[in-house]
Design a protein around this ligand. Structure first.
Ligand SMILES: [Zn+2]
Length: 312
């Protein structure tokens, strides 16, 4: 039996948990505010880990999920917009110094993919594609049972592939990326543009629209709201068709809030996917499903990372 501590840090919360071997029910579990825009995030991280540290057991390693970009080999967070003070920040080195055990880092989408592969919807699959769709789009790819990292550790940034040259500006500043056409804010932006152009919709009076409200209106039959999701689904199909051509997975797993919208998004997605895949063989026995681990995907991915690193 080995004990591991898993960490999932984001712009709003730090979650920490201790696990015994492969048991996905945590021994301890804490959730605190990260206040990541304010100084002192590392001290808050240390306290959050301490609060989940099991006193009666010896911890073998710490696994940590963080927003990227980061370097999974060196454990350095490069410059994540969610935690502004961490620029080239050697977080695993500092954690090892403080806690005296090895610490391992990877980005949250990669670890959600790893978590689903080891404990969730992707169990038993050797080639897996994971996409999280919420305020942004993140990706993780497992090929032959290994996370794809690439030369710089920057592979699988699937939200930042171009699906419409010259299209809307992405959160990264470039134009026409998948995230700028299919994430929650992209759906809202499209609805706003259409309203300003005079489209009729029950959403007309809403001031601070969000993707959830658009989904509600679509379920109530609002044509504009429905078209917003259908358009996102179409671009998602264009993107995923290219990912199938690149990675040829046996399963595609969707996580994140926007992927909870069901047929609103996925009806047009499936039509688009079939239209854009250049050989139908990619779709034979392909499983397309939603994530099984929900909010715990990052933590369980961090657990899987720590276990894998300790066993190699
Ligand atoms: Zn982008």
């Amino acid at each position: 039996m080995s004990t591991f501590v898993a960490v999932d840090i984001g712009g709003t919360h730090i979650r920490t948990a201790a696990y015994e071997s492969d048991n996905t029910t945590p021994l301890t579990h804490k959730r605190t505010r990260s206040h990541a825009k304010e100084p002192g995030t590392f001290d808050r991280l240390v306290r959050a880990i301490e609060s989940a540290w099991p006193e009666d057991r010896s911890v073998k390693a710490i696994g940590m999920a963080s927003p990227g970009p980061l370097d999974p080999q060196t454990g350095v967070v490069l410059a994540t917009p969610n935690i502004p003070e961490w620029i080239n920040f050697p977080v695993t080195e500092k954690l090892t110094e403080h806690f005296g055990v090895p610490a391992y880092l990877d980005n949250d989408a990669n670890l959600a993919a790893l978590g689903e592969w080891k404990f969730g919807a992707g169990r038993g699959h050797h080639n897996l594609l994971y996409l999280t769709i919420s305020t942004g789009i993140g990706g993780g790819v497992i090929i032959n049972d290994r996370l794809l990292h690439g030369h710089h550790g920057l592979a699988a940034e699937l939200g930042h592939v171009t699906v419409l040259a010259g299209g809307p500006v992405c959160s990264c500043g470039f134009k026409g990326h998948l995230e700028a056409l299919a994430a929650g804010p992209a759906i809202v932006r499209y609805i706003r543009e259409q309203l300003e152009a005079g489209a009729k919709s029950a959403l007309q009076s809403e001031r601070n629209l969000n993707a959830y409200e658009v989904a509600q209106a679509a379920r109530n039959g609002d044509a504009l709201a429905k078209s917003g999701y259908a358009r996102a689904g179409e671009y998602l199909g264009i993107g995923v068709a290219s990912f199938l051509h690149t990675f040829d997975p046996s399963i595609v797993i969707f996580g994140g809030g926007v992927s909870q919208s069901g047929p609103l998004l996925f009806d047009s997605f499936e039509i688009s996917l079939q239209k854009h895949v250049f050989n139908p063989r990619y779709l034979e026995n392909l499983i397309i499903t939603t994530a099984a681990l929900g909010d715990d995907a990052g933590l369980l991915g961090a657990l899987a990372l720590a276990q894998l690193k300790q066993s190699t």
